[in-house]
Design a protein around this ligand. Structure first.
Ligand SMILES: Nc1ncnc2c1ncn2[C@@H]1O[C@H](COP(=O)(O)OP(=O)(O)OP(=O)(O)O)[C@@H](O)[C@H]1O
Length: 247
């Protein structure tokens, strides 16, 4: 066995949200380790807490209880800006700020008072033409915007990428392109990836490991092949059967 090199460790994470006067628990004690370079796919019913897990890893939210270690340092001990460079995030909507593609791409550096060298190399890597640099970013197609948000994480040289339903708004062809790009970023640059997806065949295709989150618990975490071919927990079997029978 080689030496394990943990990128993210969740230690008994709990989170509840206020709903009127009562607190609704969303994560009920989640513990797990993610090794560096892993492509983890996270599946589970709607509202089970998947996005909340991502948001805790770069301090968009803070846990009520428990600790999260990123590269061995508890998230609340990180400088937030540094943490958010180290842990990049991309959403389904791939939001852009007003301005050109170049301005959007160099935003993370501009905030630090630096300029971006060779912006076209980042566009090329994500499969966008350098001619797009002067284009208004909000006018790009969904697939192009998703590529640009991935390019931004490359500018930051992020070690971890949090992906929340990044292909759900795209047609099949654009979705395949983004899938391949993410796999390439994972393999070529050893970026650790936490990928929430409702598309089970995608989770099976791209994952090294897969988790099922249900009712705020990590029900089952296993190597992806095993997760889909020999699920151990009855709740995983039910979840997979239910979705497969509805196809
Ligand atoms: N900021 C918030 N304030 C209040 N409630 C929240 C907040 N964020 C999430 N929730 C609630 O927490 C629960 C879990 O939400 P979360 O988005 O983590 O689920 P999910 O598994 O990602 O769902 P989906 O697959 O539908 O995106 C939901 O009931 C949601 O309404």
């Amino acid at each position: 066995m080689g030496m394990k090199n943990t990128e993210i460790e969740l230690h008994n994470i709990r989170k509840a949200f206020a709903d009127g006067s009562k607190k609704v628990p969303v994560l009920n004690g989640i513990s797990a380790k993610i090794e560096k370079g892993t492509l983890l796919t996270i599946v589970g019913p709607s509202g089970s807490g998947k996005s909340t897990i991502l948001s805790l890893c770069n301090l968009l939210q803070t846990p009520d209880d428990g600790e999260i270690y990123v590269n061995k340092q508890e998230v609340r001990k990180w400088n937030v800006q540094e943490l958010r460079r180290y842990v990049g995030i991309a959403f389904q909507s791939a939001p852009m700020t007003k301005g050109t593609v170049l301005e959007n791409l160099s935003l993370p550096l501009k905030l630090r008072g630096e300029t971006l060298e060779n912006p076209e190399t980042y566009l090329e890597y994500v499969g966008l033409s350098a001619e797009l640099l002067s284009r208004e970013a909000k006018e790009l197609s969904g697939g192009q915007r998703q590529r640009l948000s991935l390019a931004r994480t490359l500018v930051n040289n992020s070690s971890v990428l949090l992906l929340d339903e990044v292909t759900s708004a795209l047609d099949t062809k654009a979705s395949q392109g983004i899938e391949e790009l993410i796999q390439r970023i994972n393999k070529e640059r050893s970026v650790t990836i936490l990928w929430v997806t409702h598309d089970l065949s995608q989770a099976e295709r791209v994952g090294d490991e897969t988790w099922l989150i249900k009712d705020g618990q990590l029900v089952e975490g296993a190597p992806t092949k095993q997760f889909f071919s020999e699920p151990q927990d009855e709740r995983t079997k039910d979840f997979l059967n239910l979705l497969r029978s509805s196809l």
